[in-house]
Design a protein around this ligand. Structure first.
Ligand SMILES: [Zn+2]
Length: 360
């Protein structure tokens, strides 16, 4: 039995879902029947022998990792294995990765590590060379649409959302079921036409306005997701500390709850930062996908368009300039993503990009 497995695949390809399925199979007496209580607990993340690690912030620290390594080494409560599922293992800091490496180098005999990352290159060689690699690919549009229809989304809408999300199932689900998310995406996709048509004066004003719209739309999207995650967590915390109760012990409970609440707030804050960054990156990918479609129209390529619904806009932009200009624009978007990853102020980086998009 290999003690360390690395699940890789692009965002939305289902890395952690696959890893969880594998964990369930290891923990179940019947190799993952999907029906017993062990399988249900694994799926729900409540199995006593399954440690789920999901970094909330931008990085995962060494203290957290050491703590995890200790807990991972304990003997299984029920069956043969203790499974650690580490989502976004690429977010481990260098020191954390060292702590992780030590655990994987000298594994406890009954512990299995399942790491998830976008690609093997995102982890230090020392770690990935000790893992058995499982590579997932982006699911085809039809498969994503099928999942959505099974969940009750109309067929046409499911297909449109699956195309728009380009294989990212979670994103497709959101676009299909949350009209506000779909509206924000449409706002982002108006940017190319807004800045792309010839204008007297070079369209400087439009480019800057478009940048502001883009950043705002991404922020609104992040705020919506953050709210959805934060509110139930805060509610659960309040209930755990019995807010509103009176009597003996309340003062102690209040003191304890204040510090736990502070912890929660810190965690939520760092997650909010990450969600903001992810959301802007997602908007830029949507934009790059749009120009990719423009390029496909310019070349008359027979490929599936992510933005088939905006056929008219695509045609206008395709006719407005040569393919070289479209390639240059896609490059400007990719450069912007890199600048954002290097922590350049979002509005500044995006303005620079929309100016490049407007340039002919
Ligand atoms: Zn089972």
């Amino acid at each position: 039995m290999t003690h360390a497995w690395l699940f890789t695949g692009p965002p939305g390809s289902g890395r952690s879902v696959a890893a969880r399925g594998f964990a369930a199979a290891l923990l179940c007496d019947r190799q993952g029947c999907g029906e017993c209580s062990s399988c249900h607990q694994a799926a729900g993340g409540t199995h006593a022998d399954l440690l789920l690690v999901r970094p909330d912030g931008l990085s995962y620290g060494v203290r957290q990792t050491r703590d995890l390594v200790l807990r991972a080494a304990a003997a299984p409560v029920y069956g043969r294995w203790r499974v650690v599922l580490f989502e976004d293992a690429d977010r481990a800091t260098e020191q954390a990765a060292n702590a992780l490496l030590k655990a994987i180098e000298e594994p406890s005999p009954r512990t299995v590590w399942l790491l998830c990352a976008p690609s093997a290159a995102d982890l230090p060689t020392t770690i990935r060379s000790r893992c058995r690699l499982i590579t997932l690919r982006t699911p085809p549009t039809s498969a994503v649409a099928e999942v959505l229809t099974r969940e009750g989304v109309g067929e046409k809408q499911a297909l449109a959302a699956a195309r728009a999300a380009q294989g990212h199932i979670g994103r497709a689900r959101r676009l299909a079921t949350d009209p506000a998310a779909a509206r924000r995406r449409a706002e982002v996709l108006r940017v190319p036409l807004q800045v792309g048509m010839a204008r007297p004066g070079g369209g400087l004003g439009q480019a800057l306005a478009a940048a502001a719209v883009l950043v705002k739309a991404a922020e609104a999207e992040a705020a919506a997701v953050t709210e959805e995650l934060d509110v139930p967590e805060r509610e659960a915390m309040r209930q755990a500390f019995g807010e509103g109760s009176t009597g003996k012990g309340v003062a102690t409970a209040v003191r304890g709850s204040a510090s736990a609440m502070k912890d929660l707030e810190d965690r939520q804050k760092s997650r909010a930062t990450r969600l903001k960054r992810d959301s802007l990156d997602r908007a830029l990918l949507d934009l790059a996908g749009f120009y990719r479609d423009v390029l496909a129209v310019q070349f008359g390529a027979d490929v599936e368009l992510a933005n088939a619904a905006q056929q008219e806009d695509l045609g206008k932009l395709a006719a407005a300039g040569p393919p070289e200009a479209t390639v240059r624009r896609i490059e400007a978007i990719m450069a912007c993503r890199e600048r954002l990853a290097a922590s350049v102020a979002p509005l500044l980086a995006v303005e620079e990009m929309t100016l490049a998009l407007a340039a002919r």
